[in-house]
Design a protein around this ligand. Structure first.
Ligand SMILES: Nc1ncnc2c1ncn2[C@@H]1O[C@H](COP(=O)(O)OS(=O)(=O)O)[C@@H](OP(=O)(O)O)[C@H]1O
Length: 435
């Protein structure tokens, strides 16, 4: 196509005049019968009367007149030379006002008549306004066709390559292009359970794309009111067949979330990564403490929040978030147990690969995550990720030293959590090595 375009353009640059039947081409070789400055590919009569394009050779333009007044004819010969040949022509019985007349042949008058009649035909054909219009229209048509073909090629390239197609339909999947799709799987919690690690590790799989930031669509009213298009816009681009995954640990404990999530996609696969709820509580407090210190806000020691008059304070928010059985009950009221995959957060810290194998199976993905995607980083004290020669460790907000809590307070917490944990084990059909 580009070649076609350049061909057309080069024709144009080659100097097409407006009347294609009588065109003047730059750089064409002038034969000895062709006057200087004339149209070389048009046939010129040797007797010089009228050319094949119907132009009378004797027509003298302004510059010719000027040259003549300076004593030069149009071929650069001195006027006096021409005057002598004029005299010769006059002797032979020919007189005319046409310059540059060459010697006629013996039967020149017949030649002349023949050329004249041919010239008249050409003149009619070349100079007729309908013919000019025809050629102009033909050129315009060709140009239009070339442009149309180019536009078609451009549009095809755009569709097939760089520009992503943003789908309007939430469940739209197209085979050839990328779209932003609502998640097929969501890590719903638990907060401080290892949700970031799980998300990044799943992202090692070629058929998984993850939303980098926590979305908080279902648990925050102001986000939920923005609607599904807003939610989808937060998602990464995926190809058909890839799974979109987001993680928002706040989903697990927010009472409104299960019903909202069900209404959007009842088939969504749910991943819940859990960790010893007592450890989780301490980690939760440590995170809040860190944020308050950063914001220069006042804070209380953990023990003051956890205990009231020496007993566990059941209203402490971080403790409520550790009562997994209560939150899970709301999810199981809507989603079947098989639709919720429970990941062991402590096992993920110890050895991520087996947990990732189970998650792949649950997401119905082919096994693509390998043991050598992980290596233990002794400085961090955690496994880091390896993929395509790049390594990645989670940032310093993960694995901070926990805030202090007395042994006595911790034991009280463990005792308080024993029953809730047992209920959770029964609900899930899984046991964990918690306090
Ligand atoms: N590989 C690896 N690297 C670093 N950290 C890891 C890893 N695997 C799990 N973890 C544990 O993840 C805990 C943080 O959990 P979350 O990511 O869910 O926290 S958050 O709720 O998103 O804030 C974090 O908890 P803390 O140690 O209490 O900070 C980590 O112990």
């Amino acid at each position: 196509m580009a070649r076609g375009k350049s061909d057309k353009l080069s024709n144009k640059a080659g100097g097409l005049s407006s009347s294609p039947g009588c065109q003047r081409r730059r750089g064409a070789v002038r034969d000895k019968f062709t006057p200087r400055g004339a149209f070389p590919h048009c046939t010129y009569p040797r007797n010089g009367a009228i050319n094949m394009c119907g132009r009378k050779m004797g027509v003298v333009d302004g510059s010719t007149k000027r040259k003549e007044s300076e004593g030069w004819n149009t071929e650069g010969r001195r006027k006096s030379e021409d005057e002598s040949s004029e005299r010769v022509r006059a002797r032979r019985g020919y007189s005319g006002d046409i310059p540059h007349i060459r010697e006629p042949s013996e039967n020149w008058s017949e030649d002349l008549k023949q050329w004249q009649s041919t010239a008249v035909v050409y003149q009619r054909v070349c100079a007729h306004p309908l013919v000019t219009m025809f050629w102009t229209l033909l050129l315009a048509l060709i140009l239009l066709l070339v442009l149309q073909a180019q536009l078609y090629v451009c549009l095809r390239e755009l569709r097939s390559s760089t520009i992503p197609v943003i789908s309007v339909n939430p469940n739209e999947t197209t085979n050839s292009s990328t779209s932003r799709r609502i998640p097929g799987a969501i890590i719903i919690g638990v907060r401080k359970g290892g949700t970031r690690a799980l998300l990044e590790m799943l992202n090692l799989h070629p058929d998984v794309e993850v939303a980098k930031a926590e979305v908080h669509y279902f648990n925050m009213d102001e986000n939920f009111q923005k609607g599904l298009d807003w939610y989808r816009a937060q998602m990464p681009l995926t190809l058909a067949g890839q799974v979109t995954v987001e993680k928002t640990p706040g989903y697990f404990t927010a009472p409104v979330v299960p019903a909202r999530m069900w209404s959007v996609n009842p088939a969504v696969k749910l991943l819940l990564i859990v960790r010893d709820p007592a450890e989780r509580l301490v980690s939760d407090y440590t995170q809040v403490l860190h944020n308050r210190i950063q914001q220069n806000k006042p804070y209380q020691p953990l023990e003051e929040l956890l205990l009231r008059r020496g007993h566990i304070n059941p209203n402490y928010k971080a403790l409520q978030r550790s009562l997994y059985h209560q939150h899970l009950a709301r999810w199981l009221a809507l989603f079947p147990r098989e639709q919720i995959h429970i990941v062991d957060g402590e096992a993920l810290i110890r050895d991520p690969f087996p947990e990732l194998q189970k998650a792949e199976k649950f997401l119905e993905l082919p096994p693509r995550i390998m043991p050598d995607n992980f290596y233990f980083n002794t400085t961090k004290g955690f496994y880091c990720l390896l993929s395509a020669g790049h390594d990645k460790c989670l940032d310093e907000s993960k694995g901070r030293p926990h805030a202090p809590l007395s042994n006595e307070a911790f034991q009280k917490l463990c005792r308080f959590l024993r029953l809730p944990n047992q209920i959770f084990f029964r609900m899930t059909g899984q046991n964990f090595d918690w306090c």
